[in-house]
Design a protein around this ligand. Sequence first.
Ligand code: FAD
Length: 451
Amino acid sequence: PNAVPDFAVAVVGAGPAGFYAAAALLAPPEPRVRVDMYERLPTPWGLVRAGVAPDHPKIKSISAQFARTATHERFRWFGNVEVGTTVSREELLARYDAVVYCVGSPADRDLHIPGADRPGSVGARDFVGWYNGHPDFRALTFDLQVSRAVIVGHGNVALDVARILSTPPDRLAATDIADHALVALRASRIRDVLVIGRRGPAQASFTTPELRELGELTGADVIVDPAQLGPPDADADLPHVPRHNLEVLRRYAAAEPAGTGRRITLRFLTSPIEIRGRDRVESVVLGRNRLLDPGDGAATAIDTGEREELAAGLVLRAVGYRGVPIPGVPFDDRAGLVPNVEGRVLGGDREYVAGWIKRGPSGIIGTNKKCATDTVHTLLADLASTPGASTRPAAADPGAIEAWLRRRQPDLVDLDGWTAIDTAELRAGAPLGRPRVKVCTWRELLATART
Ligand code: FAD
């Protein structure tokens, strides 16, 4: 079992795509591949830790499966190493037979409207990172002393954010939500959350369980104007997901408000036109749309010119994410991802991609499994056509790689370091009945990793 592996592959990014790629690389009996995973954070699991909402503990439990992959004898994990900064792409290519980038889509798509950069207008990435304890967003503050928030976007991230803003804080206190966020949410005066999307209910990209949970998990009144849903007899012709979404929306539309004091309103065919305010967000100008050529699945929203100005103190845009380039790796700036064919980077050198950086930011965690496995099949087929075994240092002398990395990053966080963080968080959570209490600053994460 200690024989020199045939090849060594670097996987960049410790999210779902990275772990599914690692599992697929380690699975076949031949060739024997060694996997070194590089992650810029001191913690693994990508958006499972930093994106998935804290009130979704079942979904987060997928990390147990990734943790099993991490125990494989031919797997190593190197946290607090950013590829492109701490080490370069060229340095990895000199040491490994292949490199798989699984770096996700960490940037927010922007709203190109006047006032979008006013204080109080924020991206979902920042807000989500903040409540999930991502150390890059620890220092942010959000003014929640306002009565209405407008969320732009009709996807699951928009619903996550609406839920977190509308759930009684005592319920959130039982989750692994970051402590600083819990303190701020306890003091929040937001009672009215409006979630707008430019197209109709049949085009929204929520999944049905998320839509259903909106009322169930928050206890808030979910308000939907029945007139926006159209006649029910048209629903039967819709594909599975929108048909079920409409079922849930019609239930919301028919429900009597329970008068809980918290409201989430879902509004369709509505776009933000301008964000107004003197020093900060005070109102949003909304435009009304109509659908062009509805029914073909690709209906587009057309501005009718109708306007309405609504007072709001917080505008959160959840209109999608995009990738950011790694120096030297080909990048399609328009699409916000790495151009590839079946996972092989176009114009790359033994380089591959999987997950959001390959397909763009859509799909659930499980979608990344097939995506990463497909990429690994491409990669293994390419390796099989390489004559002989590896001559790369990572395959022949893994100790030399680690020594090089420790010189480059004295604060390298290996699996023992992550285990120390994990243990400390779980221990802090246990007496409070919480899954964990997250360590949220870079300084504290690195100090805990050293214990
Ligand atoms: P990521 O999970 O983003 O992982 C990328 C990793 O690469 C990160 O750890 C990052 O730090 C690291 N990295 C980036 N750049 C570098 C670099 N240069 N060097 C080293 N490391 C780097 N799916 C569900 O099924 N259920 C949900 O409830 C759900 N909720 C979600 C909520 C939010 C707010 C978001 C944004 C997504 C959610 N998803 C959910 C989708 C799911 O999280 C994604 O499908 C999945 O995480 C994508 O996996 P990935 O590995 O491509 O990217």
